[in-house]
Design a protein around this ligand. Sequence first.
Ligand SMILES: [Zn+2]
Ligand SMILES: [Zn+2]
Length: 591
Amino acid sequence: MSSTIPYETASTTADQPLANLLFDYPDADIILRSHGRHFRVPKTFIVNNSPILGELIRRTLGSPNDANAEASLPVVQLPDSSEILRCLLTFIFPVTPLVPSTPEEIMELLSVAQTYQMDSVLTHIRDRIARRNSLPTSLEPALHIYALAQKYGLRPEALRTARTVLNYPMTIEDFDNKLDIMPGAALYELWKYHERVRTILASDLKEFRMFCAGGTVTGLRCTKLSSSQIPYWLDQYIESIGKSPNLFDYAELNIAMARHTKDMASQPRCECASIPSHTIRDFWDALGSIVDDSFERAKSALSLVREREDFRAQIDSSQYKSFDIPDGNFIIRSSDNVNFHVHKSVLAMASPFFKDLLSLPQPPDSEFVNGLPVVQLSESAELLNSLISILYPIRTVIPNSYEKLLYLLAACQKYEMVSVQTFIRSEVMRGGEFPAPQGAEAFTAYAIASSKGLIPEMENAARQTLNYPMTFEFLGEGLRLFEGWALCDLVNFRRRCRDNLVTCLDSYLKLKPPGPSRIWLSCPEATSMAYRNRVLPTWLNELLSRNQNSLKLQKFTSPLDIHSRTRGEYFVALRSHGNCNSCLGVHITNG
Ligand SMILES: [Zn+2]
Ligand SMILES: [Zn+2]
């Protein structure tokens, strides 16, 4: 145990084994207990610092049946980890403050302080971690802490780490195997913040380029100056920061300058290689304060996931008032509080889940409406309405979107309604009313299907996504529905498909082993090429290698729908190949 905690185990009593007493303050009048560990403290300190704990203590002291009568002092039970609680108490009492050693534990400490509404303690802890620079600066740890800050709803830490993340390029490809660090909802907020920062930066930097930068880098001679008389390369560099904030880095400036001076080595009119170091420093400071300002203004653009969810929950209202099936003997209640009167026997027949649930004795605290027991479900009224319409001999209500259909399938999966699920898959989904999801909806469908374990729909949607670019821009709000692992899986799926395509094109482009390209050998161009290990006529060879190269370069920014894309280019290329009867013949018979 750390020696920085004074008053530790000052006294031992029979009911307080030494090892379990982590904190013993003079004049203690209550015991806080967490996971078997005890903290003897005077309650006034706690009550003054936390309205939440104050209320909890008042209730514990006021309860007549004190379950902890055997202890020497009243005991208040807390759910938090005892190590975190110990650190928390060091910020309440006049003792040496104890900050946990890992950023993860620091986040937990902040989260506990926030939960108990200890405002001054929060400030105190934050001062301390700011002085120690306890938050990470490299990408992967920053993403982890950002994810925790989002999870616990700690805005200052989410902002600090989000800014750190922006020191790195932000694309799906760059994040790659780090995509499973956080749920899509937190990643979406990071992306929105990133977009907002770029917008603000771009406009601030534009102004800087026009009016201010010239002041810090005046009198420079270069072959090409911008309209505001600063070297053109420098102007370009400043502009690039607005597109990728990670380029605001002294090393990047030096790289840009080195590239320029190398190009201009023989140009006497360029003096960029000999810019005085104090000029560069002044320029960098001026640029830095613009960037800081922009980030400051972008602060409000970072939302916490939980705030957005609260907002969504508020605007959600239902058009269903209640749903009565005559002589129902049981009520299921939707997430938006609509009661559905149904029959136990019907639900039990359709669903082993409900059969088990209904065979259990009614819990003592269960709710009754008009004498009927109520079971609260997490599905919306709209969804339950559809589900019940399939169970009963009434007009089937089919959801009006593919997305809602997926949620209906998910509810069937959860309640083990196998035959209902089969009915939806065979009757509804194959009916043509719900074609495969298109565009960004393919990604949304994949996200929902994967999180709900709907394998056929997940595979189908994954294939569909290949027809579209996979970027943060394209995914948009759909990103919020992704589980981290699902996004990672989809990236890997895309990479595998890309690799397969590249290999497949390889087999067309090479003569050995004899591949599917033999059929083109009759073209006079191809036969003359054969000795160069090429078998395809030049026009086709060029077309396929061009596609192969673009596949290697852009697996995420372009669609992978090689078939439809190549087909169009194939016809154009064939036509421009001219009047080669041989190729036309092959095209007509085998193309
Ligand atoms: Zn120059
Ligand atoms: Zn030909």
